[in-house]
Design a protein around this ligand. Structure first.
Ligand SMILES: Nc1ncnc2c1ncn2[C@@H]1O[C@H](COP(=O)(O)OP(=O)(O)OP(=O)(O)O)[C@@H](O)[C@H]1O
Ligand SMILES: [Mg+2]
Length: 288
């Protein structure tokens, strides 16, 4: 895609050039957040600067598969060609309003992880959920927890002001969307999400997970091994040390084991299965 930069992006870039900066992009769906993020990323890489991209858009994700928050550190322009995330955290839904605490905690954890490295810019892309109480709770909660040095707020009218007014003492850059933004209908968003999931599960295998050695979690809480209540087609996160190594889709339950379809190799150790809120009624093969 050919990105056409806005004049305001150039002065924004100047302000972000200071080392060890954290910036968060907020705006409604189709306001051009991800495109501006790409522009900033490309500009930093051209200047031999390192950038960490935290993709907190669990629906229209660009790094990890949908339903995850993910991050990747880019040190060279060639790194852009490798789509795999450095870390990801399974949230278990495509709807951010349903898991606000998990959305906030996951983003904070990945930002903290990035802060351990020498990074010139940590850039956080977010979902388009900005309206109403849910949008306000999600965005203000995330910003107060992440404490960014810069808030990049892209709005057509004043649709972000109910959020921005609650954020005192932050450096806020108010931008208008690029005239080149193309909006997508709901169906196109679902198609994009399905395509990402289809690609993700392209080379998957059946994996048997013995639950006497693996914790089962829902919403971050351990649940007892009532494995028979887990529906076939449920989307799950396969974790080690609270990092999601892969997604899986439940194929069936067998005794005290969970059999999932996943691209994760059976030699990889996991210590946790996080049950998601999404179920593919027709299983993974017929859904995608
Ligand atoms: N400056 C630009 N130059 C060229 N095309 C653009 C530009 N900004 C946006 N677009 C087009 O508009 C589309 C939507 O923009 P983008 O994906 O950046 O929005 P978003 O706010 O991230 O949306 P979402 O909430 O769905 O993640 C892009 O796929 C791209 O095709
Ligand atoms: Mg986006």
């Amino acid at each position: 895609m050919n990105i056409i930069p806005e004049p305001a992006w150039i002065s924004l870039l100047d302000e972000l050039r200071r080392p060890s900066t954290k910036a968060i992009l907020i705006g409604s769906s189709d306001s051009g957040k991800t495109t501006l993020a790409r522009f900033l990323m490309n500009s930093f890489l051209k200047e031999d600067k390192t950038i960490c991209f935290v993709d907190a858009d669990i629906g229209q994700s660009t790094i990890g598969p949908p339903s995850t928050i993910s991050m990747k550190i880019y040190r060279r322009p060639e790194d852009v060609a490798d789509p795999s995330p450095d870390r990801m955290i399974f949230v278990g839904t495509f709807n951010p309003g349903k898991k606000i605490p998990e959305m906030i905690n996951g983003t904070v954890r990945l930002v903290e992880e990035a802060q351990k490295e020498a990074i010139d810019l940590i850039l956080i892309d977010t979902t388009g959920l900005i309206s109403g109480n849910l949008g306000r709770a999600l965005k203000t909660g995330k910003i107060k927890a992440v404490k960014p040095d810069h808030i990049i707020a892209i709005q057509r009218d004043r649709e972000l002001e109910h959020i921005l007014t609650l954020l005192k003492g932050y450096k806020i850059h108010r931008l208008i969307p690029s005239p080149h933004v193309k909006s997508r209908r709901r169906e196109a968003r679902i198609r994009y999400r399905d395509k990402r999931l289809r690609e993700y599960f392209k080379e998957s295998f059946l994996l048997e997970i013995p639950l006497n050695r693996t914790r089962l979690l829902y919403n971050g809480r351990i649940i007892n091994h009532r494995v028979q209540y887990i529906k076939s087609g449920t989307l799950v996160g396969l974790n080690l040390n609270k990092n999601t190594l892969a997604l899986g889709v439940v194929d069936q339950t067998a005794g005290d084991s969970l059999i999932v379809i996943t691209p994760l190799k059976n030699t990889v150790v996991i210590d946790e299965v996080e049950i998601g809120d999404v179920t593919f009624e027709n299983g993974i093969t017929d859904t995608f």
